[in-house]
Structure formats: C-alpha cells, structure tokens
Design a protein around this ligand. Structure first.
Ligand SMILES: Cc1cc2nc3c(=O)[nH]c(=O)nc-3n(C[C@H](O)[C@H](O)[C@H](O)COP(=O)(O)O)c2cc1C
Length: 141
C-alpha cells in the first residue's frame, strides 16, 4: 500500500511522529510520502490518507493544515481509507480538537477509517513518536 502522511504541526512534535510512522510503515513493507506542507493536489489517488496533526489555539488546526482541511472537505472521499493520529494535551478543554474535527470532515466527505483514531496525550506521553510507533507496529496493516 501507499500512504500519504499529511502533517499538521506548529512546534514540530507531529513532524517527528509522522517520520516515526513512515519508518514503521516501511518496516511493514509499505511506501509513504510525508507532506509537511500538505496540499490536496499532492495526494496520490490510490493512497491511504494518514493525518497526523496536533491541536493549537483553542482546539484549532495548526496553521499549515488549515487550507488542506478546507479543501479536503470539498472532495468526494468515498474511495478513500484514512488513519488519524492526533497530538494534544489533556490539560486543555479542547483536547485533540483538531484530530476530532478532521475525523468528522473526512467521514462527512465519505472516507472510511482504517483504524480507530489514535489520540496521544503529550502530558502523559512525553515522547509521542515512540507511542505512535508502538501503536502502529501493533496494528494489523
Ligand atoms: C499555544 C498552544 C495551544 C494549544 N492548544 C491545545 C488545545 O487546544 N488542545 C490540545 O489538545 N492541545 C493543545 N496544545 C498542545 C499541543 O497540541 C501539543 O503540545 C502538541 O504536542 C504540539 O504538537 P506540534 O509540535 O506538532 O505542534 C496547545 C499547545 C500550545 C503551545
């Protein structure tokens, strides 16, 4: 399988997570493209869409992810399979708000979730890329 790993990040933590996920997918025999500045046009038609985004502001998307979120909502994603990995801090009321919002956007556009979304609480998991890698390694994909 080919994966498009789409990253929403302000401070870089989600970028490390995306790279760790890419490594695990590679070990599993899959190919991935990591999109640090995601655009709709850069996605591959047949790929699995793996969204890896933190939350900022008060439940907001990272700035580099905002346009992508608006554009993907306009697509017909009925053929698309997705995986969502969110980073957040549970001391915020809007814990993992961006991951929750993009899940709704993708499902409303017809996409199917390949796995139950992973929300990583950086308050309790200070090395989120390790948490993410262990999680993905244990999944049957
Ligand atoms: C200004 C600011 C606002 C944040 N707001 C939220 C929030 O609303 N909800 C949440 O779950 N995490 C929030 N966080 C925590 C970040 O999502 C968390 O630190 C994450 O690891 C950052 O990932 P990044 O480096 O990829 O941006 C916030 C962090 C900062 C610095």
């Amino acid at each position: 399988m080919h994966f498009d790993i789409v990253v929403g990040s302000v401070l870089g933590a989600s970028e490390y997570v995306a790279e760790a996920l890419e490594s695990v997918l590679s070990e599993k025999g899959h190919q991935s493209t990591v999109h640090f500045q995601p655009t709709i046009d850069a996605l591959t038609a047949q790929s699995v869409l793996l969204v890896c985004t933190s939350t900022h502001g008060a439940g907001d998307y990272p700035e580099n992810f905002e346009t992508f979120a608006v554009e993907i909502a306009k697509q017909n994603l009925s053929e698309k399979h997705c995986i969502i990995v969110g980073l957040g801090d549970s001391s915020y009321d809007t814990y993992c708000g961006a991951a929750i919002n993009i899940e709704k956007v993708l499902l409303d556009a017809g996409a199917k979730l390949m796995l139950k979304p992973l929300h990583i609480d950086v308050l309790h998991h200070p090395i989120p890329e390790e948490t993410a890698a262990q999680w993905l390694a244990s999944q049957d994909i």
